[in-house]
Each structure stands twice: as C-alpha cells, then as structure tokens.
Design a protein around this ligand. Structure first.
Ligand SMILES: N#Cc1c(-c2ccc3ccn(Cc4ccc(CN5CCCCC5)cc4)c3c2)n[nH]c1N
Length: 229
C-alpha cells in the first residue's frame, strides 16, 4: 500500500521540488503518491479569502477555519494523519519521520499569516490522528518549507525509496551524536590530504577513527546530543 500524501496550501508552487530527484523517483515508482491542493479552491466568496483579523486582538491575520474544513474533508479518511506545522508544535525528529514513513495517509495543512484557527485542530482531533509539529526553534513565514522538510525526511525512510538501503542501516546504527566527516577523490585537493587512515584499508582503525571524529564534532557542535547530557 503506497504512502499517500495530500498537501493543502495557498502556495502550491512551493511544492514543485517534490517532482525532482529522490522525491520524484519515489512517486514514479509508485511507492508514494503526493497531491498538492490549493486552499483557495475551497473558498466560497468571490475574493477567495482565507484569512481574517484575530479575536482578542494582536498583530497580523489568522486563517479562517471553513476553507480548511472543506479542503480536509475532501481528502480525509479514517486512516488519515493530519499534520499541522506550527512554531508551537512538538519537535519533528528522525523518530517522528520514521513514524510518518509507516503511515497510510498524511495530510499536511500548510498555514500562513499568523497561523490557522485552532478549531480546525480541535474539530479533527477526536476523529483522526492530529499532530502539531515544529521543525525547529526559529520562526518561518508559513508551514510550506516545514512541510517540504518533513516530507523529504519521512519519504526517504519509506522502504524501497533509497537506492542503497545500507545508508539507512548505517544511519540507524549511528552512535548518539553527529556523523563523522566524509571524504572522496581526489586524495589531495588544494594541498589538503584525505586523512591517511581512510586510505589504509584497516576497517577496524577506520571505524575507531570515525567514532572519535563523531565524538569530537558532537562535543563541539552538539554537546546536547552527548550521552548523559
Ligand atoms: N513547523 C514549523 C515552523 C513555523 C511555522 C509553521 C506554520 C506557520 C503558519 C504561519 N506561520 C507564521 C507564523 C509567524 C509567527 C507566529 C508567532 N505567533 C503568532 C500568533 C501570536 C503568537 C505568536 C506564528 C506563525 C508559520 C510558521 N515556524 N517555525 C517553525 N519551525
């Protein structure tokens, strides 16, 4: 059963990249089907409006619930998971990507302005799995870029999508922390040599060196990922 993804957005063109490269191949191979829907097709006024002023005051505009209800109702099934990107969401992570990769149907609601009327989440939460997710502690202008990131991170984990599943095996066995540095030809580039151990053919020494490099990089760049931190 291929993973089906429906994306609802006011900027369908943001998702043209999903036709390229690995994501494009995943769709051509039938492992994943991705459909993009313009939220404005689900409005009923002649201005095709999707936002209004926030109750309680505050800056900016909020997206009105009805177009979202119409759009989600057009694609939802009892197997659907509704993903709502938001700065207020739980942090999207590799384990979450793995969960989404094993879903049957994902609906991404890409908000803009200051977000979507919360009643959309409240309405669907008793009916289907609803996940409010954030891709990081910084503020984007909308949910579209976050949705692209979550789709790419999840779809690459769908069995059969990655040409070389060995990459996933190595990724899954990785020690906590960031990965070791990678090198390829030429052996010398602008006077810089590839670390000698990588040319030695001694796989135990290479594994030890890579583990050491991973620890050094994690300590420097992501001490929060070190065991016991
Ligand atoms: N995933 C993800 C994201 C997003 C993200 C995702 C989805 C939407 C939809 C709209 N925006 C823009 C925006 C901008 C400012 C604010 C702040 N609040 C507004 C209301 C009063 C309080 C403060 C909210 C929403 C979005 C941003 N940003 N960063 C992530 N990791």
């Amino acid at each position: 059963m291929p993973l089906r993804i429906d994306v609802i957005t006011i900027f369908p063109d943001y998702f043209a990249p999903l036709q390229l490269s690995l994501m494009g191949k995943a769709q051509q191979s039938g492992l994943v089907t991705i459909a993009i829907h313009d939220l404005r097709e689900f409005t009923s006024d002649r201005h095709r409006s999707v936002d209004d002023t926030p109750y309680g005051g505050g800056a900016g505009m909020v997206m009105t619930p009805e177009p979202w209800g119409q759009a989600i109702d057009a694609v939802v099934t009892d197997q659907s998971t509704l993903i709502v990107p938001t700065p207020a969401g739980k942090l999207f992570s590799q384990p979450v990507a793995a969960e989404l990769a094993h879903s049957t149907h994902l609906i991404f609601a890409c908000g803009r302005y200051e977000g979507i009327d919360q009643r959309v989440v409240e309405y669907y939460r008793p009916r289907i799995d609803v996940r409010e997710l954030s891709i990081g502690d910084y503020v984007l202008a909308g949910g579209d870029v976050a949705t692209l990131a979550m789709i790419e991170a999840s779809v690459r984990l769908v069995p059969g999508v990655l040409g070389n599943p060995e990459s996933l095996v190595e990724e899954s066995h990785q020690l906590p922390g960031v990965e070791y540095p990678s090198y390829t030809k030429p052996p010398t580039w602008r006077g810089l040599d590839v670390p000698e151990v990588l040319l030695s053919g001694h796989h135990d020494q290479i594994a030890r060196w890579r583990a050491e490099q991973s620890t050094i990089r994690t300590t420097h760049n992501r001490p929060d990922l070190l065991p016991g931190s």
